[in-house]
Design a protein around this ligand. Structure first.
Ligand code: ACM
Length: 765
């Protein structure tokens, strides 16, 4: 009847007013309120048993966290608990449902956290830290009496950071780990090697970091000196990170990607590769061709590297990648083909399977377990206990769980935190399509295709932070926060507690916690979008203004006099009428008057109707690989960003009244075309061009429509990266969409539209 009891409590909770839900993230399994309250003030003690190092670590973590986030100073003591004390107690028979679970009781007499294991006690302390930071104030907190009984839904609650494409300092990695802990996430998957950089010191193979950790950025540098980019973690750095994680009950699972994504390794030791030639450490994102070879000597290298990796990382699970290994080099190599023949292996996928199997055996011999991306299933055979991480959607997880493998769900694009989180024009870099907060929250790690027994193989869900387009920690934080809150609830909270509106009601407090800790979270979900319905060529200056935010959270207040909106500014209730020109500034606020996002400003005037931001223009039909990128490979700021389509540089200007317009201006950026597309290269569309560097061709209505203007692109060697092009337009009447087609050669630079502006004839409104 225990489960019935839990279900009843959750119903009671779901029925309670949202305001009654304490701002806890992730939501605990069960909360019951009682009568009375307790005040926790400076000097309150945390009572721990003597000689229990793990409990002391947790108590110290709680003390430090509360001092840092609320200026609340608690002290740790052993011995009998005084009135009002916080007691941390770890007992084998604690009344919790499972390991990592805890109970937390607040009564007028004090607080008690009970758990069976050190992790459970830590999670109880995290919940208490959130109860003690219910607002942005400092000092004493009054808590309602309550009983919390909580445990995680999943054992693998993961976040992956790619430190290969861009490199983060140890301090930055630790900051992220600390936030993972505050969200009860427990697996840090650390992507340490890839084509663009080898980031882990291996003492036996120093070239891996002397050469492999550095790349020369295309088109960056000064005075003819190219710019190098890179860095690596020494073994001391790694031990420090692992220890930092361990105190926070986070396992660090290292990933060394093989047999593909190996270009930095091959650049360091060409004999590991297939061609015998030394490539540079790659500067191209995407899928590069360099694989490890399958010689015995290379297996010995891999074993030796894994020996050092296993000595550094106590994790039972070691990730060896396996993704995106295009087999062209193996197919072209007589040596690899001869090895396949000798082994009786008929295709290259099976050859990869053989290699991954050998590595799995080696790990198993050392008491470890292999984790791989879902391509490891394609080899025909993989160690039965290998964990499959499903990234190409959920199919890998479904297939793997059905064949008895444990699985982790980290499907692209849903749990890829490098996807844009809004389509706002002030959103920074990322891949399209958008994966917003709501889409992360809606993800269920257990695919419907699995029956109850197969579902037991689902270890949990993991979000991946690929950093091709995140050159700074500011970008990483923007991508991770607050989507990590949705992830934490997906991974921790029982499905029965999931409630989007309730989740949103708890977020403003979490944002205040972020501000207290200096976390650069994205406010994209709460920023006000300012839309008007005026159209080009309309007779009057009237316009209707609609204000909204993506999450539909908070109350929107706005001004039309240029001043900063406050809680005392007009409250937005419905679309309103105004006259152009006017400047609307707007922000959404919590009930307590805290701004949920920085105010956004928009000048509404006739000129802005004729100006189109390139990031707002749709891509042309049939092209479909869109990302927002930085202007140069060494840029580290959040803006400007440019939307590009790797398959076809072509965008659509929406249908616009063209009467009286006489010219078109383009503000264009030239970008590096540093993308390795492997077999997808055939999807890149080449357009005929009439001048050496191609043109922008403006077509009427659609991309095969009449040519309205042709604007030749300048010589890349002798022009700035950003330039303007102008052309006159023929006289048009009525509404016309425009297809803006770049015809630049596809072996040259990429181009992106900053802005497109339509110019009225003199005397037109
Ligand atoms: C992956 O995104 N290549 C696992």
């Amino acid at each position: 009847m225990k489960f019935a009891g839990i279900a009843f409590s959750m119903l009671a909770l779901a029925g309670a007013a949202h305001a009654a839900t304490p701002p806890l993230l992730p939501m605990p399994a069960q909360i019951q309120f009682a009568t009375g309250s307790l005040s926790v003030a400076d000097g309150a003690s945390i009572v721990i048993p003597a000689h229990d190092a793990a409990t002391r670590d947790t108590a110290q973590y709680l003390v430090d966290l509360l001092a840092r986030t609320r200026g609340l100073h608690l002290k740790i003591k052993t011995g009998p608990a005084s009135r009002g004390a916080i007691v941390l107690s770890r007992e084998a028979d604690a009344p919790v449902a499972q390991m990592e679970g805890y109970t937390l009781d607040v009564t007028p007499a004090g607080i008690r956290i009970n758990a069976r294991d050190a992790a459970g006690l830590f999670y109880g302390a995290i919940t208490l830290s959130q109860l003690l930071t219910p607002d942005a104030k400092h000092g004493a907190v009054s808590l309602a009496a309550m009983h919390i009984s909580d445990q995680p839904r999943f054992a693998w609650r993961g976040l992956m950071l790619d430190s290969a494409r861009h490199f983060q300092s140890v301090a930055d990695v630790e900051r992220l780990l600390d936030q993972m802990a505050q969200h009860k996430l427990n697996v840090f998957h650390w992507h340490l090697t890839d084509d663009q950089g080898w980031r882990i010191q291996i003492k036996r193979y120093p070239e891996l970091t002397r050469i492999g950790a550095w790349r020369t950025l295309p088109g960056a540098g000064r005075d003819g000196e190219p710019m190098r980019y890179g860095g690596f973690y020494t073994q001391d750095d790694i031990r420090k990170v692992v220890a930092f994680a361990s105190v926070r009950h986070i396992t660090v699972v290292p990933e060394l990607d093989m047999p593909g994504h190996a270009q930095a390794a091959v650049a360091s030791y060409p004999q590991l590769g297939v061609t015998g030639k030394r490539p540079p450490v790659s500067v191209d994102w995407g899928v590069n061709p360099y694989l490890y070879n399958v010689d015995d000597a290379t297996l010995v290298f891999i074993h030796n590297v894994l020996d050092e990796v296993m000595a550094l990382f106590p994790s039972h699970d070691i990730h060896v990648g396996g993704d995106e290994a295009v087999k062209d080099q193996w197919q072209a190599s007589a040596t690899v083909q001869a090895k396949m023949h000798a082994l009786g292996i008929h295709d290259e996928d099976a050859m990869q399977g053989w290699l991954i199997d050998r590595i799995g055996e080696y790990l198993a011999k050392h008491g470890r377990r292999l984790v791989g991306w879902d391509e490891i299933l394609e080899g025909g055979h993989v160690q039965p206990d290998a964990i499959v991480m499903s990234w190409r959607g959920t199919k890998g997880a479904i297939d793997a769980a059905k064949s008895g493998h444990d699985v982790v769900l980290s499907p692209a694009p849903t749990l890829y935190f490098d996807q844009l989180q809004s389509a706002r024009l002030d959103e920074t870099t990322g891949r399209m399509p958008v994966q917003d907060l709501a889409s992360i929250y809606a993800f269920d790690p257990v695919p419907k295709e699995l029956d109850a027994a197969q579902s037991k193989h689902v270890l949990g869900a993991q979000a991946n932070v690929w950093t091709e387009h995140m050159p700074s920690m500011q970008h990483v934080e923007h991508a991770v926060f607050p989507r990590i809150d949705a992830l934490s609830e997906v991974d921790w909270s029982p499905a029965s507690t999931h409630d989007w509106k309730n989740f949103l009601s708890r977020l403003p407090t979490q944002l205040a916690r972020y501000r207290a800790q200096g976390i650069g979270y994205a406010d994209s979900a709460f920023a006000v979008d300012i839309a008007m319905d005026a159209i080009v060529g309309q007779a009057s200056d009237d316009t209707h203004v609609t204000l909204s935010n993506l999450a539909d959270l908070g109350a929107i207040h706005y001004t039309t006099d240029g001043s900063t909106p406050t809680l005392h500014s007009p409250l937005y209730k419905a679309p309103f009428d105004t006259h152009m020109p006017t400047t609307v500034r707007a922000a959404s606020f919590t009930e307590d008057g805290d701004a949920l996002a920085a105010p956004r400003t928009r000048l509404l005037d006739r000129a802005s109707l004729l100006d189109f931001d390139g990031n707002a223009l749709a891509n042309c039909p049939d092209s479909s690989f869109r990302i927002r990128v930085q202007p140069t490979p060494d840029a580290t700021s959040m803006s400007p960003v440019y939307s590009i389509d790797l398959f076809d540089t072509c965008q659509m200007l929406p249908s616009t009244r063209m009467d009286g317009l006489q010219a078109i201006h383009f503000d264009v950026a030239r970008l590096e075309r540093n993308y390795a597309l492997a077999h997808e290269q055939v999807k890149v569309i080449a357009h005929p061009h009439a001048t050496p560097y191609g043109e922008i061709v403006v077509h009427d209505m659609q991309c095969n429509g009449a040519v309205l203007a042709t604007l030749p692109l300048p010589d890349p060697q002798h022009s700035a990266r950003r330039f303007r092009l102008d052309a006159s337009l023929p006289k048009l009447t009525g509404d016309h969409a425009l297809c803006l087609q770049f015809t630049a050669p596809i072996d040259g630079p990429l181009y992106a539209t900053g802005h497109v502006t339509l110019v009225p004839a003199k005397g037109q409104p």
